[in-house]
Design a protein around this ligand. Structure first.
Ligand code: ATP
Length: 407
């Protein structure tokens, strides 16, 4: 069993606060992802967990035991960091087998495990090569092999962008392998894995911690982070979003039943409605917008609170013509640009809002109907189900600019 806990951990490099008062708990056998942009402090956090650096303040616990002062070797973990640090004069086989000495494993057993990890990373047959004879992606896989050698003993795997330099196909297959290995009944690993790719995070994580500027912005399951982000930065990091300035209409009686459950008995929407409450938002046009928000947020908002409504591009639906009378949460507009992205189309639709024009981004599955009929200049209605809006107290223009890297 391995649980990991950080309590109020901070680490600075001169004036840079790389990790700023971080507390988090990682459960036994949890696949835990640290997700964030470049320079967010993810590697520093991982090094603090591995014991490669010591915090300025705060404590690190493994299985409830304070390991803050323990050296990496004494923490009993398998780790792989971004700068692979392979031994240049040693063959690939020896690089991978090296740690077997520490674990006093016999030669035949070592050979079997090295062959297994080489096969998994598609490196079979390259065991005699030297690191300099391998590509960057191959060296990275060798470093990954090395981290995977002793998992039966260590049970903890610490990975810093382990799939970064790989092509898309290999990355996908290694994600599957890593997940399978972590969850295998035999190993049952606790994994801490750093990435800046949201898709990688969503695919493998039990839990995700979104990190920005040394701080944990949110910790949750992929589902929670995606559907119930607690901050604009988190919402925007996971997929393309649309933002609307609005005012909360808490005291206004809706002219339709905003409490209605999904007509089709949609279990998914019903789940999103749980522990949430519908609220009206005035965005300017005559019809207010309705959206579900968590009860604790609902209680915080007052009539007239300035809010920011966020809707993911892939949650907005698109129909031909003006359907704004029949569709709630809708706007009328014209397709300005469409791009074929393979599995989906990405539309930029210019809508009228508050006497000005607002560009709305929509991504929708690339069906033949979309391909044929939704061409540039078509008049369309865009709308979203009330379960899929995300509402924040307005964070101010400065923060919005910061999140979207404007100016
Ligand atoms: P990336 O995804 O680019 O690897 P990261 O999220 O892992 O980024 P860190 O490498 O932890 O981020 O860096 C966090 C901050 O600390 C950055 O501003 C970085 O420049 C700084 N930093 C990290 N290591 C050092 C160091 N050894 N000396 C000085 N500054 C450092």
């Amino acid at each position: 069993m391995v649980t990991i806990e950080l309590r109020s951990v901070s680490k600075s490099y001169k004036k840079i606060k790389a990790v700023d008062n971080v507390s988090l708990k990682i459960k036994d056998n949890e696949y835990f992802i640290l997700l964030g942009p470049t320079g967010a402090g993810k590697t520093t956090l991982l090094k603090l967990i591995a014991g490669l650096i010591k915090p300025d303040s705060g404590k690190v616990y493994f299985d409830g035991k304070d390991v803050t002062k323990l050296a990496p070797d004494a923490r009993n973990i398998g780790f792989m960091f971004e700068n692979y640090a392979l031994f240049p004069h040693m063959s690939i086989y020896d690089n991978i087998a090296y740690s077997s000495r520490v674990h006093a494993r016999d030669k035949n057993q070592t050979k079997t495990i090295v062959e297994q990890v080489l096969m998994m990373t598609l490196l079979t047959g390259r065991n005699k090569a030297l690191p300099k004879e391998m590509s960057g992606g191959m060296q990275q896989r060798v470093a990954l092999c090395r981290a995977l050698m002793n998992l039966e003993q260590t049970k903890t795997l610490i990975l810093d962008e382990p799939l970064k330099a790989l092509d898309a196909g290999l990355r996908m297959s290694l994600r599957r392998e890593l997940l399978q290995m972590a969850k295998s009944a035999q190993l049952q690993l606790t994994v801490v894995h750093v990435t800046n790719e949201e898709q990688e995070a969503m695919m493998v994580a039990d839990k995700i911690a979104v990190i920005n500027e040394g701080k944990v912005m949110q910790i949750g399951t992929p589902y929670e982070i995606y559907y119930r982000p607690n901050d604009l930065f988190v919402a925007n990091f996971l997929s393309e979003i649309n933002c609307f300035d609005g005012t909360c209409l808490k005291d206004q009686e809706p002219t339709w039943d905003i409490h209605s459950k999904s007509k089709r008995g949609d279990k998914f929407f019903a789940e999103l409605q749980q522990d949430s409450y519908p609220i009206l938002v005035d965005l300017g046009p005559s019809k207010p917008i309705a959206t579900y928000i968590r009860k604790e947020l609902y209680e915080k908002f007052e009539h007239g609170t300035k809010v920011l409504l966020v809707v993911r591009a892939n949650h907005i639906k698109i129909r031909l013509g003006d359907r704004t009378v029949e569709k709630r949460n809708s706007l009328f507009g014209r397709i300005q640009r469409r791009k074929f992205m393979g599995a989906f189309y990405r539309f930029e639709v210019l809508c009228k809002l508050n006497g000005t024009e607002k560009l709305i981004i929509i991504s929708t599955l690339a069906t033949s109907e979309i391909h044929k009929n939704f061409v540039e200049n078509s008049e369309v209605t865009v709308y979203f189900p009330k379960e899929l809006g995300i509402l924040f107290e307005h964070p101010g223009e400065e923060y919005i600019k910061e999140v979207f890297k404007l100016e």
